[in-house]
Design a protein around this ligand. Structure first.
Ligand code: NAP
Ligand code: MG
Length: 497
């Protein structure tokens, strides 16, 4: 099935390449464009219009006008919901194309793009499409002759800045709650992967959303991204990416007044494997936890803490599992691991391999760039790692895992928590009491017990500590886009309370 499908797309070069501003696809004001490149073949895919400050200005004005005066704010919750369901249907109809765009832009296997990224994106939009008419305030029985209720109102004009690791999914995690709450937005996809977001723009217009509700600006972080994060008419910034840029966004967002900010940042997630774990299950979960999406996951289980009693056996089995991974052409149906997204990621991989070796860790398997066209690297396992080594502290964002040895539960809790990050964690054990003790003690936004990367559209996701502020997905995800208004009505004194 996929062979025919790839052939079809290899002759179809119709990409959306323009900025979406105020309901129209337009060229950038500066006339500048940039190339998006297929990291598996190193060939350019398309020239994309490059948004800069002037385009940001137009897009923000459009979102502001749509928020204050357009039909969007006056639309009933039911009608907003129907529009979102229409968009969900269009995503379903275009699912193969959306998957293909993410695969060629990002380098990830097409089968993963189709059955993980795109299916989850559709499910997320469908989930949020059900929300507009279920956002309820409260009535509050206060002292005195007053009737008090709250309204959950949209936060206003949003700037949403997203990364390249799950291009469509990150766009939809952002767009779903914005649309459900009746906000307007300017979305900036990552420079490496603009294609699926632009295609979404086409589908949003086809579904019939009013102009200005969603503007889409491909471009670069230091220009378009920064201008968005600093714009005085933007009420809220939502960002996913590195902690370094997250901190900069925090600073930018206070330059012109006070913006609401939510951040979904990096991680160095511990995956704790106790000595009673089913070893085959542990190896399978570990393998997926670190190598899924080429390790380019904020939640990657990049610190495997393995009990000393099973450490050697675990390493042997983990090596076998890593060796079985098929690294290669993302368009082939049996590929497990495609190409890293760009040369920056490739250089980062090389840098950390050298760091690991020079600081005394042992490469058990992998460690090399594969000698072929494209950014292909080997799944890599380091043993003999201690907590102070660079590879155990910094986010590598590649298929590289540090396997660390531990003795006691109290010790492993302390070591797992010693990171500045706190995004996710895994625990693999057959003892629920131990699992709960560890889980409650871990300072992280998600804990997966006997599973890993088990995401649900209605399960909140986000970080403790330097891994972020706020939660995405589920009802919690809506809170980021809500202002609570308290309405107090004075009653005649003799009325019932
Ligand atoms: P990044 O620099 O944080 O970029 C994420 C998004 O922010 C992109 O759209 C980027 O634009 C934009 N951006 C960059 N500088 C900005 C600024 N000054 N103001 C506003 N927006 C700005 O991430 P990256 O460079 O793509 O990747 C670097 C590292 O970040 C990775 O190796 C990984 O460690 C981490 N990362 C984490 C996640 C996550 O899910 N938590 C995702 C991706 C990356 P451009 O398109 O110009 O980059
Ligand atoms: Mg960048």
């Amino acid at each position: 099935m996929f062979n025919r499908y790839c052939k079809f797309f290899s002759t179809n070069k119709k990409y959306v390449t323009q900025l979406l501003i105020d309901g129209k696809f337009v060229n950038s004001k500066s006339g500048k464009t940039f190339q998006t490149i297929n990291p598996a073949t190193l060939t350019p895919i398309a020239n994309i219009q490059e948004a800069d400050k002037e385009d940001v200005e137009l897009a923000v004005q459009s979102s502001k006008e749509a928020f204050e005066n357009g039909p969007w704010r006056r639309m009933s919750a039911g009608d907003r919901s129907r529009l979102m369901f229409k968009l969900t249907e269009l995503m379903q109809k275009n699912a193969d194309e959306l998957a293909y765009l993410d695969s060629i832009d990002n380098g990830k296997p097409l089968t993963h793009a189709r059955h993980i990224d795109v299916d989850l994106s559709i499910r997320t939009m469908q989930y949020y499409a059900g929300w507009p008419d279920k956002v309820h305030g409260q009535t509050i029985p206060v002292d005195g002759p007053f009737t008090v209720y709250t309204r959950h109102e949209p936060v206003g004009v949003c700037a949403q800045i997203i990364p390249w690791n799950f291009p469509l999914l990150m766009a939809v995690w952002k767009l779903g709650p914005v649309l459900a709450m009746g906000c307007t937005t300017i979305l900036k996809p990552a420079e490496q992967t603009p294609l699926s977001a632009l295609k979404m723009g086409e589908l949003i217009m086809e579904a019939g959303f009013p102009k200005g509700v969603v503007n889409i600006l491909p471009g670069f972080g230091p220009t378009a991204g920064r201008a968005l994060a600093q714009h005085p008419l933007v009420d809220k910034v939502a960002f996913t990416g590195s902690t370094e840029i997250g901190l900069e966004i925090m600073r930018s967002s206070h330059v012109n007044g006070l913006k609401r900010v939510t951040l979904e940042l990096g991680g160095k997630s511990p995956n704790i494997i106790l000595d009673d774990a089913d070893l085959d299950l542990a190896v399978k979960l570990h393998n997926d936890a670190i190598f899924f999406n080429n390790g380019q996951c904020c939640s990657a289980g990049s610190r495997a803490y393995v009990h000393e009693k099973i450490y050697d056996k675990f390493i042997e089995k983990a090596k076998e599992a890593a060796l079985k991974r098929k690294v290669g052409d993302p368009l082939l149906p049996d590929t497990d691991q495609g190409a890293l997204v760009d040369t920056d990621q490739l250089n980062k991989f090389k840098h950390y391999i050298e760091k690991g070796k020079s600081e005394g860790a042992k490469v058990e398997i992998g460690g090399n760039v594969i000698n072929r066209t494209g950014h292909f690297v080997e799944p890599t396992i380091f043993s003999n790692v201690d907590d102070n080594m660079t590879i155990a502290r910094e986010e590598i964002f590649g298929p590289v895992v540090s396997v660390l040895k531990f003795k006691t539960i109290d010790e492993v809790i302390k070591r797992a928590n010693s990171s500045s990050y706190g995004l996710a964690a895994g625990i693999i054990t057959q003892d629920i009491n131990k699992a709960l003790k560890i889980s409650n003690a871990l300072r992280s936004g998600t804990v997966w017990i006997n599973c890993y990367n088990a995401f649900g559209v209605n399960t909140p996701f986000g970080g403790f500590k330097d891994s972020g502020i706020g939660r995405e997905l589920g009802e919690y995800g809506l809170k980021n886009y809500t202002e609570v208004k308290t309405v107090v009505i004075k009653r005649p004194d003799d009325s019932f309370p």
